[in-house]
Design a protein around this ligand. Structure first.
Ligand SMILES: Nc1ncnc2c1ncn2[C@@H]1O[C@H](COP(=O)(O)OP(=O)(O)OP(=O)(O)O)[C@@H](O)[C@H]1O
Ligand SMILES: [Mg+2]
Length: 559
């Protein structure tokens, strides 16, 4: 190998290195005009090398780059003689962007004049991509953090909301349990009280009857008046206990198919009289109304209670509207209320007034017996209790909407009567009061001694042969001994594990022609399905007068 070939090889190596270096090389005049460019850069940009020679380097930049170059980098280069790693975008032949990092340095002669510029260009596509990816990653991370923060915040709100809902549900449950407990208490008290009242009323009747037979004078007059006064008070007490029983859902109901529209229309005159002249009554009867099965007397009672409440809430007059329509309680609605109510079809009777309305505290307590905001003597606080008890006992639902100063709407939902039950099935037989005496044998079964004695004496006085027993087993023993009995008159609730219905069943097996009359302060499941009278069962409710008892006994015997 000669020196010359050695030199030539070295030169070629150098040229190769220059042309194919992993970066672009540009030599340019001090003004930027390109005098030499390597192949690497020419390939990147899609030009041939000789096409680039003669152009200015800054002309290869995009517009923003050109401006930056003139305003920043060219002055920088003139001031300090170089710049490094400036990120710029070149424009390739196709017009596409080609990101680069540019170093530039001035080469000067001995006099300090700039001879030429050496520009080195690095491909920054990858680096830009990393940067972009990095930026994207950072943005994503920031967004995730933000979402997390928001989630935390809404989580707090959601937890608070769930707790609130839970508390509301518990409150509703407490309210329902309270109503249930009060119901049982009042029911129990009213039941016992009824027994006592029966005895009291019976005693008073006897007193006034006996006084009638005495020679009349001022003393007998006083006795008569006192007895009448006491009987009047006992009557009022009986009404009170009836309302208590209504609340406790233990009053015997006598349900019949009802056309609610007709019932309301029929009641309108009476209600208008109750309301007085300053309150206008309006009835709106929906078309194609369904029927319901309920005790019409109790329903009327409920509507009167509502009308009286409305009147009291409108001392300066106003308007009372009673609307009837078909309604549907859906699953979502029944799930939202505390008491168990079946979803389905109902008949709605809505009673609205334009009165004072109620605040939330009052509203929470209105159904409780004896809750009243009226002055002593004005209200007993039993009106809405009756409404509530009656509606619940009838399988319905009652809801009150009220706004202070605006008025109140009470909505009564009674279950739609399905199928065509004939009215006759529920027809009550009118008592034949004409002749209430008889000579048949009646077995009186009652554990309450005073009450039993009262019934026995009333029936004996009316001519009947009377046997008595204080429990089911005792009554059966009497029947076993072969005593002839035409009518079994029994309390529904009896001690010694045999209630009135079981006693009646046992007795009927021994004597299929035996007639049965039940008595009760309230109705129990033994005799009543779902708090309603079994069709066909004969029942007299305590307290009863001697006239009522003898009339009923006669009627059952004559059936
Ligand atoms: N329509 C109404 N507008 C405003 N408040 C009412 C209305 N209905 C009931 N209330 C309020 O509810 C309370 C309880 O009513 P509820 O009918 O049970 O008893 P009362 O009317 O006070 O007494 P009672 O009906 O036994 O004579 C009332 O005292 C009253 O404060
Ligand atoms: Mg009332």
């Amino acid at each position: 190998m000669t020196d010359q070939t050695h030199d030539a090889d070295a030169e070629e190596d150098l040229a190769d290195l220059f042309e194919n270096a992993p970066c672009g090389y540009v030599s340019a005049e001090p003004g930027g005009r390109i005098t030499k460019v390597n192949q690497t850069l020419a390939v990147w940009l899609g030009w041939r090398q000789e096409e680039l020679v003669g152009r200015r380097f800054q002309d290869l930049l995009n517009i923003a780059g050109k401006i930056y170059f003139e305003t920043h980098f060219a002055p920088l280069l003139r001031m300090q003689g170089f710049f490094n790693e400036v990120a710029l975008d070149l424009v390739a032949r196709e017009g596409t962007r080609f990101p680069v990092l540019v170093n530039a340095v001035e080469r000067r002669d001995e006099d300090g004049h700039v001879r030429f510029l050496r520009i080195t260009v690095f491909n920054a596509s990858d680096r830009r991509r990393y940067e972009r990816e990095l930026l994207d990653a950072r943005r994503a991370a920031e967004q995730a953090t933000a979402e997390l923060r928001e989630l935390n915040q809404t989580l707090e709100a959601r937890v608070a909301e769930a707790v609130e809902q839970r508390m509301q549900a518990e409150e509703a449950l407490r309210q329902a349990q309270k109503m249930e407990a009060i119901g049982q208490l009042t029911g129990g008290v009213a039941h016992d009280f009824n027994n006592l009242l029966t005895v009291i009323m019976g005693g008073l009747e006897t007193i006034s009857r006996q006084a009638n037979e005495l020679p009349q004078g001022s003393a007998t007059g006083r006795i008569q008046r006192s007895a009448a006064m006491a009987a009047h008070a006992a009557d009022r007490a009986a009404t009170l206990t009836a309302r208590l029983l209504a609340f406790s859902r233990r009053q015997p109901l006598d349900p019949k198919p009802i056309d609610p529209g007709r019932l309301v229309t029929g009641l309108a005159d009476m209600l208008q009289r109750t309301l007085g002249e300053t309150v206008a009554l309006q009835t709106v009867i929906g078309a194609g109304l369904w029927r319901t099965l309920a005790d019409p007397a109790e329903l009327e009672n409920a509507l009167v209670n509502l009308a009286v409440n409305a009147r009291d809430a409108m001392p300066d007059g106003g308007r009372l509207t009673i609307e009837t329509s078909n309604a549907y309680l859906d699953d979502a609605y029944v799930a939202s209320i505390a008491e168990p109510v079946a979803a389905g079809q109902y008949v709605l009777i809505a009673v609205s007034d334009t009165g004072s309305g109620m605040d939330a505290d009052t509203l929470a307590q209105v159904f409780e017996p004896f809750f009243t905001t009226k002055e002593v003597g004005k209200g007993t606080g039993l009106g809405l209790s009756q409404v509530y008890g009656f509606v619940r006992q009838s399988g319905g639902h009652v809801r009150i909407y009220s706004e202070v100063g605006e008025g109140t709407t009470v909505k009564i939902y009674l279950p739609r009567l399905a199928g065509a039950a004939t009215a006759a099935e529920f027809e009550v037989r009118a008592p034949t009061v004409a002749d209430v005496r008889g000579d048949e044998t009646v077995l009186v079964v009652e554990d309450h001694e005073d009450l039993r004695a009262y019934s026995v004496s009333v029936l004996a006085e009316a001519g009947y042969r009377v046997l008595e027993a204080n429990s089911g087993p005792e009554a059966l023993a009497l029947l076993e001994r072969g005593s002839r009995v035409d009518l079994l008159f029994t309390d529904v609730v009896l001690p010694d594990g045999m209630d009135g219905r079981r006693l009646a069943n046992e007795a009927a097996r021994r004597n299929p022609r035996l007639k049965v009359l039940y008595t009760t302060g309230y109705t129990r499941n033994a005799i009543v399905h779902n708090g309603r009278l079994d069709p066909g069962v004969q029942l007299i409710t305590k307290p009863f007068t001697s006239a009522e008892l003898t009339a009923k006994v006669r009627q059952v015997l004559d059936d």
